[in-house]
Design a binder for this molecule. Structure first.
Ligand SMILES: CC(C)(COP(=O)(O)OP(=O)(O)OC[C@H]1O[C@@H](n2cnc3c(N)ncnc32)[C@H](O)[C@@H]1OP(=O)(O)O)[C@@H](O)C(=O)NCCC(=O)NCCS
Length: 155
């Protein structure tokens, strides 16, 4: 049970991803993005947020806004800092940003990624679709779930 944030975390918005965040990407994900894709994910519409403890980066999110939709492309927390509420802090920041601008938030997640699913459900996301064989694994595929969060103030 990890949801209460006991660790003092600060959030910083970045104009572009950094090599430090790519290290977190590689440590946290079983199939990380390529460095090229990760470091090129920037420009108009992108929003990077870095979570820090002191001066140390411990997690990040990257979203992309198109019209009134915000897509969460990636979220990761350093393995040794997982389960301390940092993911919840990062998601809360995105939802506050979306709520203030009346943006609907979408994301995709592997059906077996229970920790991420718990986090998204607790944060108010609902499952709105399923993409068969969406994720390529070592020697198989896995379905992806499409999840949506809608701002409370939607007319
Ligand atoms: C998914 C990930 C970002 C979560 O980060 P985290 O810092 O470990 O997450 P948190 O500690 O904030 O939350 C996770 C736990 O808190 C619980 N939680 C979060 N918000 C909560 C709330 N408001 N109330 C109750 N419980 C809550 C979750 O259920 C989960 O608990 P459990 O897994 O022990 O059941 C992290 O595990 C990670 O980097 N995973 C690898 C990369 C990845 O899979 N990214 C997602 C791709 S879609």
């Amino acid at each position: 049970m990890a949801a209460t944030q006991q660790t003092p975390v600060s959030l910083i918005n970045l104009a572009a991803p950094s090599r430090n965040l790519y290290q977190i990407e590689c440590a946290a994900h079983t199939r990380p993005w390529s460095a090229e894709v990760f470091l090129q994910s920037k420009g108009p519409g992108y929003r990077w947020c870095e979570a820090r403890i002191g001066s140390q980066p411990v997690g990040f999110t990257v979203c992309q806004q198109v019209a009134d939709e915000l897509t969460l492309h990636n979220i990761a927390v350093s393995p040794r800092y997982q389960g301390q509420g940092i993911g919840a802090v990062l998601i809360k920041d995105i939802l506050a940003y979306a709520e203030a601008r009346l943006l609907t938030v979408f994301l995709e997640v592997r059906v077996s990624n229970q920790k991420a699913l718990n986090l998204y459900h607790h944060s108010g996301f609902e499952t709105v679709g399923r993409r068969p064989h969406y994720y390529r694994l070592q020697d198989s595929f896995e379905d992806g779930l499409v999840m949506r969060w809608t701002p409370a103030t939607t007319p």
